[in-house]
Design a protein around this ligand. Structure first.
Ligand code: ZN
Ligand code: ZN
Length: 338
């Protein structure tokens, strides 16, 4: 089969690889769509992956082969998969938090082969069926949308909460989509890039503010007479956490989804004086994956505008180069003939 794999720092290539076989508790999918994620780009830039490892963790497809002991699935059924195989026995697994399972093996980021391939091997416990009215393109959005949902769930959002989403990259846009679906109003998106700002408006942002020109918190006060109740930080570079704390009002809640990899400073007194709570969010639960699929099926999520490009597997290496500079792309989906 053909697959896109890490080669060396800043280089992805299309390779020939054997079609995986499903062992006990495993299922092989024929991939329909797989989204390109910022963490894929990041891993390729860092160059830390094992050469020839097949990438891609935002995928869905149809069941091609079923391993022994797997029940409740049939060949040809369309499913999305959580991108890991877990132990199924620990406390984290019992809570549906596969991300926190210490024995989990992640698909597409170096441990197990991922979804930029005609076929991918998944764990039975990680599969969720896609209803007929959720397209495979939407199926590939379930993973990134669930990242946004997990953040929004950590924020304990209430209808009518004034919300600032910092950053309109794919994660910020996913968080925005859920803020909208859960009734946050107004939603101000803070973003510098004009192309991304336009996407945020399509996804239901009340307004876009360029933080170099105007303070999002000031704009929120003009609109509502109150400071923002909720700030979702989806940038993750030095200084953005402190900026999020500044934006939040008294008893405001900050949720951090952006992944900052270096030491960053905040002034605790600023949190203390406003009694701001700061939550960090990573991954998603299986229940959140289900909630995303259900919301897509019921037309509750306006997710289509997230998809900006559909490409073939052969175009993956060039697209990785293109995506190194942020443009007007949000979610790029690799599509396989099906
Ligand atoms: Zn991802
Ligand atoms: Zn476990």
């Amino acid at each position: 089969m053909k697959a896109a794999a890490f080669q060396k720092q800043n280089q992805v290539g299309v390779i020939d690889a054997p079609v995986p076989k499903a062992g006990a508790g495993e299922v092989v999918l024929k991939v329909h769509n797989c989204g390109i994620c910022g963490s894929d780009l990041h891993a390729v830039q860092l160059g830390t992956l094992r050469p020839e490892c097949i990438m891609g963790h935002e995928f869905c497809g149809e069941i091609h082969q079923i391993g022994t002991g797997v029940r409740g699935f049939e060949v040809g059924e369309r499913v999305a998969s959580l991108p890991w195989i877990t132990c199924g026995e620990c406390d984290a697994c019992a809570r549906g938090e596969g991300y926190h399972c210490r024995k989990n093996r992640v698909l597409g980021l170096g441990q197990l082969p991922g979804g930029y391939a005609e076929y991918v091997m998944c764990g039975e416990r990680s599969l969720l069926k896609l209803p007929a009215n959720v397209s495979s393109r939407e199926g590939a959005l379930v993973e990134p949308l669930s990242v946004g949902l997990h953040g929004v769930n950590r924020a304990n959002i209430k209808p009518g909460n004034g919300c600032v989403v910092m950053g309109a990259g794919p994660i910020g846009l996913a968080a925005l989509t859920w803020c909208k679906a859960k009734g946050a109003d107004p939603i101000i998106v803070s973003e510098l890039a004009a192309g991304r700002a336009e996407l945020a408006l399509k996804l239901g942002a009340t307004e876009i503010v360029n933080p170099n020109e105007r303070k999002p918190a000031d704009r929120m006060r003009e609109l509502t007479g109150r400071a923002p109740e909720l700030v979702i930080e989806c940038i993750g570079v030095k200084g953005t956490l402190a900026a999020a704390i500044d934006i939040a009002g008294t008893h405001g809640r900050v949720v951090v989804i952006g992944a900052c990899l270096e030491p960053d400073t905040i002034v605790p007194m600023k949190c203390l004086m406003k009694e701001v709570s700061v939550e960090f969010a990573v991954g998603y639960t299986k229940a959140e994956f289900e909630e995303t699929i259900d919301a897509l099926a019921r037309g509750k999520l306006n997710a289509q505008p997230l998809i900006t490009d559909i490409i073939g597997l052969d175009e993956v290496p060039t697209m990785f180069d293109t995506l190194r500079s942020p443009g007007t792309h949000a979610k790029v989906l690799v599509e396989f003939p099906h």
